[in-house]
Write a new protein. Sequence first.
Length: 389
Amino acid sequence: MDTFSRISSGGYSLAGTSVISTVDMHTGGEPTRIIVQGYPFLEGDTLLEKRTYAKEKVDGLRQRLMREPRGHKEMYGAILVPETEKTRCGEADIGVLFCHNEGYSTMCGHATIALGRFLIDTQDEAVFPRRKQVAFDAAKRECKLRLHAPCGVVDVAVPSQVEDDGRVRSDPKREVQFVSVRSFAAATDVVIEVPEEQVWPALRGTGRRAVKVDVAYGGAFYAIVQEQELGFGRVRDGGVDLRRLDEATAVVKQLVGARVELFRGHGLERDLEYLYGVIVVEEGEGRAGLGGLEGRLGVCFFADQQVDRSPTGSGVSARVALARAKGLLGAGERVRFDSVLSARRGGEAGAFAGSDAGAGRVRVEGRAFYTGASAFAVEDAFSRQGFLL
């Protein structure tokens, strides 16, 4: 442990660099790297201003932690922001910025589920200054948090228990629930024409170039497209190569993202008005009776074509809102949502549940687990910024 201690204390760090400590978790297989120490203070009065500062002034730290050799193309991160305009006025307990291989997102459901557990488990007031203000509800056996994300305040209910030492800790055997910001269908049955030079083989095989998509918001905007619209068979059956889906969704994201009118006029901050990801869903998602024993499969490509290992929490919010708008989901209906990973395991692990929470909001449920804790140093200039192949 002497070498680990030396790394943690900065003994192997280049001058001008700091050791960054993290706690790593996964939600349905999707990682969340929570930065707990060593990240600089973010200037700005509002969370969105702090997000801009992170992008413009200290983005090298995101690159260092998300990219190789410390991370990888599919890594995801959470930067805790103890004070925001919402914490100052008593509307939130703590803020967060979400980050990934491309930059910073507006909302993240899988990371919210992970953060729910972590923020209850930590007793470190340097990490979570308002931790003692979070009360334990003995009757419900849960703690409630208000997390200020770039999209707004997200309400999180964390199943908790009092352990032998008298401390309240999260219960990993029960689902964390969050109710996100207002979710809605932004546009339905949008037809995009794929230019001849961008037509992918599966679409070419159908003899058409038009693809129909829906656009919905769940804290971030998603284009939601059924697999057969892209020319593919059932992804659930394992016969569709994810690389082919990657190729197709990259084109869809480019074409839909260029339709800026789809993302404006919804009463959102300008920083939120862009297409974050594309979710490929099954044909059954377009029919009545969205619920049932079989979970709704979705494959989400987000940011710079990262593939979500989880069912995508903010995507679930968007999909539930879309189903409600189309009359495909009852007011009290609770639906299981699968990723490719959870579907392969029969939904027994890694699935999320989604339901209408009223007032245009959606409740999402899922479980997260710890995978490790790290102290990241920079000993050589070559790896300082990280890289992607």
